[in-house]
Design a protein around this ligand. Structure first.
Ligand code: AMP
Ligand code: MG
Length: 523
């Protein structure tokens, strides 16, 4: 199917160009039945979004809309709340499975994400989804709705990640549904009414590890192969898909590479996903499903923002490398029937573990302004990490304190990043570290100016801290969106200090505030 063209040959950008290549190729249940159920023979079900009568558009990302080929939706804003859809749009939800907190969870699926289909612009495919527009067969006893609070978090954070240069799904619009939704935020038996909302999100594809795990668990080898071929042909075009007996191996390797890049970027900026279940892992290495995530304030390898994760801290900041590896091993198991060679898969996975540390060191070197990783740097990084862990400096502000000609770095330049009073001993540790850093920097072959220019591109000056989101959400729930829009502006230039008022450590009043340091999965 090709997008419509008007007589002058210009592409008309609108929702009429939405296609359904996925649903045309894969087996689906077209009954439209919304009853929650297992769908063993199908990869998707058609579903109808709920009716919403008093929707309110809060924000529309027109630039993204034009970029993907939807245009400015001038007379088409109902599309953003999944109402009055044109006939060409067949809405559906897909089935996937996954490992949650390390355990096989069986069929999960899009419980509240509904696909509009795909749109193509300049050879690039984008899938479009409403999140929170209604229940699907995969809603698993839940309502298929999303609340304003979690929708603001997904809307702003996915865009913040994009502007930080980190692979991510994106956000096209945020609307209120006009409906109340009941949620028990702290799972304390205290359900409350919250405002319902819809985020329209986009990605080249929303396929997850879990889609492959589902087909594999069902022993549907032909479908598994078909899905892998679809993935390679559409999203891994760099892989030769014809007459290539190794194409599935090459694809698995490429998935590992993209996942690694994403995880290293998370470490670079201090992002903690919070729910790295395999159903929340994108097959394209995109950051996906923004739930109880957090940017890290004080450095702590054990920090997990997710209250559900607290007992085991499986998804803590310092474990994300290891867990991505675990998740890739689960994917390797799922795609094994296509490859039938455990040795080659094990080798790729082993290599991932090694590659992780190589890339992690390279990333740290850039943050520190080193032109290369020297053999002795491993020790320097380990000592630095221990210092950060023990003294709990603000991760983002700490690196900003290093961003000056190294002879000018003094201990008092770090006081903005302390979360507690430091003892004399601890201050001595800091000054010893500074001395070692200055010595190390002298080994650079690049100039100080070049080194500082490199650091400024790696170390953000704006991160979307949870307490900022918390404030924006509180205001928005009372109809005041000033903070929301200010954050939206700030996140667009994260490497410039345009909003010094946001470039601050978390105020102590928020230390134990639910929604700031810790979040539940309730969304
Ligand atoms: P998550 O932990 O948010 O990735 O969600 C895990 C599964 O639960 C996915 O299949 C979601 O689509 C589903 N889910 C989460 N919240 C809801 C909800 N309010 N209604 C329906 N399904 C949901
Ligand atoms: Mg999810």
């Amino acid at each position: 199917m090709f997008p419509s063209e008007c007589e002058t040959g210009f592409l008309i950008m609108n929702t009429k160009n939405i296609t359904h290549n996925f649903t045309e190729q894969f087996p689906g249940d077209f009954s439209g039945n919304l009853m929650q159920r297992q769908t063993p023979d199908f990869l998707f079900c058609t579903v109808k979004p709920a009716d919403f009568h008093q929707t309110e558009l809060i924000d529309f990302n027109e630039e993204l809309s034009i970029e993907i080929g939807l245009g400015n939706l001038e007379n088409d804003k109902d599309f953003l709340v999944a109402q009055n859809l044109p006939n060409n749009i067949e809405t559906y939800a897909t089935a996937y499975a996954g490992h949650q907190f390390g355990n096989w969870a069986g069929q999960l699926g899009d419980g509240r994400a509904i696909y509009a289909g795909e749109i193509f612009n300049q050879g690039k495919q984008t899938e479009i989804q409403w999140k929170g527009a209604g229940a699907t067969p995969y809603s698993r006893h839940a309502d298929g709705r999303a609340v304003l609070r979690s929708s603001i978090r997904e809307y702003l954070m996915s865009e913040a990640m994009f502007h930080l240069g980190i692979p991510t799904t994106r956000a096209l619009s945020l609307s209120k549904t006009g409906e109340d939704v009941i949620r028990d935020i702290q799972y304390s038996g205290n359900p409350q009414k919250e405002q319902g909302a819809i985020v329209v999100r986009t990605a080249e594809s929303f396929l997850r590890f879990g889609h492959f795990e589902l087909l594999s668990a069902r022993n549907q080898a032909d479908l598994l192969k078909q899905l892998a071929d679809y993935t390679i042909e559409n999203f891994y075009k760099e892989i030769n898909s014809e007459n290539n007996p190794n194409k599935y191996i090459d694809c698995f390797q490429a998935i590992c590479d993209r996942t690694l890049k994403m995880i290293i970027d998370w470490y670079r900026v201090g992002f903690v996903h919070g729910v790295m279940n395999t159903d929340n892992m994108s097959i394209l290495g995109l950051t996906i499903d923004y739930g109880p995530y957090s940017m890290m304030d004080g450095y702590d390898l054990e920090f997990t923002p997710n209250t559900t994760d607290l007992p085991g801290k499986r998804y803590a900041f310092g474990k994300q490398g290891q867990i991505s590896h675990w998740n890739l091993a689960a994917l390797a198991n799922a795609v094994f029937p296509l490859i039938n060679d455990s040795e080659v898969l094990e080798k790729i996975l082993d290599n991932y573990g090694k590659q992780f540390w190589t890339e992690h060191d390279k990333m740290l070197a850039k943050k520190f302004g080193f032109d290369e990783v020297l053999p002795e740097d491993e020790r320097f990084f380990t000592e630095w990490q221990q210092l950060m862990q023990d003294l709990n400096f603000d991760y983002t502000l700490f690196f900003q304190s290093l961003e000056k000609p190294s002879s000018e770095i003094k201990t008092d330049g770090f006081s903005d990043s302390f979360y507690r009073h430091l003892s004399e001993n601890e201050m001595t540790r800091l000054s010893n570290f500074i001395r070692k850093y200055q010595e190390r920097k002298r080994k650079n072959k690049i100039s100080e100016t070049e080194s500082l220019a490199m650091m400024s591109k790696e170390n953000p000056k704006f991160i979307l801290r949870n307490y900022l989101l918390f404030e924006a959400i509180q205001d928005a729930e009372n109809g005041d969106y000033k903070m929301f829009f200010k954050l939206k502006e700030a996140l667009q230039n994260p490497y410039e200090n345009r909003f010094p008022e946001f470039n601050q450590k978390r105020p102590s009043k928020y230390d134990n505030q639910t929604g700031c340091s810790q979040l539940s999965c309730s969304s």
